[in-house]
Design a protein around this ligand. Structure first.
Ligand SMILES: NC(=O)c1ccc[n+]([C@@H]2O[C@H](COP(=O)([O-])OP(=O)(O)OC[C@H]3O[C@@H](n4cnc5c(N)ncnc54)[C@H](OP(=O)(O)O)[C@@H]3O)[C@@H](O)[C@H]2O)c1
Length: 317
């Protein structure tokens, strides 16, 4: 297919873990062109995407830039939209998500895929506070009112959280792994770096099949105890669980949360929500991503493939 006749997909947050996966899958398929939106075209990650063949568009991913976003979405057949990690209490995730979607409509984009999460406020009747979930659900509600073809993907807890944000430490010969979940509670997890792209590629390859769909992306449903056992089997290292599910445990093992009590409240609200209400609504098709991508990594495969041995890992620019 001549390069210019391939559909063009604009990717917001292209250098993020989700975004990089989307850009990689779309380009590797050989069937799409990609415009990668970034705040900094000179970053190592952005240059990496350009090296793969993505066109770069430098645009702020922040409120008040709808005009620049419209330009960045111009002539795109599709757009992958996501909101970056923004901390409470001043997170502008909901208005930012709306701005992205409105800009896509104004630019005449054919189909948007938005990375969303469940509405925790609604599901818990206000008992749990996790605005970075609920705000994404409100953005999805807004998108449903727009005259644009749309599909939602929804990522599970990331495996990478344990490498990036909740890294273990070593005591003697043992890797100490504090988890934000109870030891035996099974939750959905996924590798955002390898699972987001195949899901989004599937949607843009068969857009009519997925009009209005809400699609969970799941690699494994696994408990901390099972994750630690698999980690030990793969690495040969001794490892032990520690409880960072309670506020006391979270602040003890990850003192950074004490710097922003809203962030601690939000994290606790999120994990209590997942444990008491379920990360995904019961009617979600949690098998979908494995059906369309049987190679979606389980936790054990993720540890094996990444050679992770418990050290902190940075995935950013
Ligand atoms: N962690 C989890 O378990 C989990 C699970 C499901 C969903 N999520 C959601 O996934 C989203 C994050 O995705 P990710 O982990 O793929 O992102 P990420 O790797 O942290 O990257 C975020 C990207 O967003 C851009 N960005 C723009 N404004 C930013 C800002 N103010 N702060 C930080 N980055 C900013 C940056 O790109 P440029 O510098 O190139 O512009 C950066 O590469 C969040 O909305 C989070 O709620 C997380």
């Amino acid at each position: 297919m001549p390069e210019t006749s391939k559909p063009l997909i604009a990717v917001a947050g292209a250098t993020s873990k989700q975004g990089r996966s989307v850009v990689t899958s779309l380009l590797e398929s050989g069937r799409f062109r990609v415009r990668a939106l970034t705040r900094n075209a000179d970053s190592a990650q952005a240059r990496g995407l350009a090296g793969m063949g993505a066109e770069l568009a430098e645009v702020p991913l922040a409120l008040g830039h709808q005009h620049e976003l419209v330009n960045a979405f111009a002539a795109a057949d599709g757009a992958f939209l996501m909101t970056p990690p923004l901390l409470p209490p001043d997170s502008e995730e909901y208005p930012l998500g709306r701005e992205l979607a409105d800009a896509a409509v104004e630019a005449g984009v054919g189909h948007v895929v938005f990375s969303t999460l469940e509405n925790v406020e609604e599901r818990t009747s206000g008992a749990k506070w996790a605005p970075h979930f609920t705000d994404k659900a409100l953005v999805a509600e807004h998108i449903r009112t727009l005259s644009i073809a749309h599909t939602f993907v929804s990522l599970s807890f990331y495996y990478t959280n344990m490498l990036e944000y909740y890294a273990p430490h070593v005591e003697g010969d043992t890797v100490i792994m504090p988890f934000y979940l109870p030891e035996d509670f099974r939750a959905p997890f996924v590798d955002p770096l390898t699972a987001t792209g195949p899901a989004v590629l599937e949607v843009f390859s068969n857009p009519d099949t997925y009009l209005g769909a809400w699609l969970p992306v799941v690699g494994d449903v696994v408990s901390p105890a099972e994750m630690i056992e698999a980690f030990s089997q793969v690495t040969g290292l001794k490892a032990e669980y520690r409880n960072a599910y309670t506020r006391e445990g979270l602040l003890n093992y990850f003192p950074v949360f004490a710097e922003n009590p809203f962030f601690a409240d939000e994290t606790i609200g999120m994990v209590e929500y997942a444990v008491e209400f379920g990360y995904f609504r019961d009617d979600r098709d949690t098998q979908w991503s494995r059906r369309i991508d049987p190679n979606t990594l389980t936790w054990e495969q993720f540890v094996r493939n990444t050679d992770w041995r418990g050290e902190p890992v940075a995935f950013g620019n």
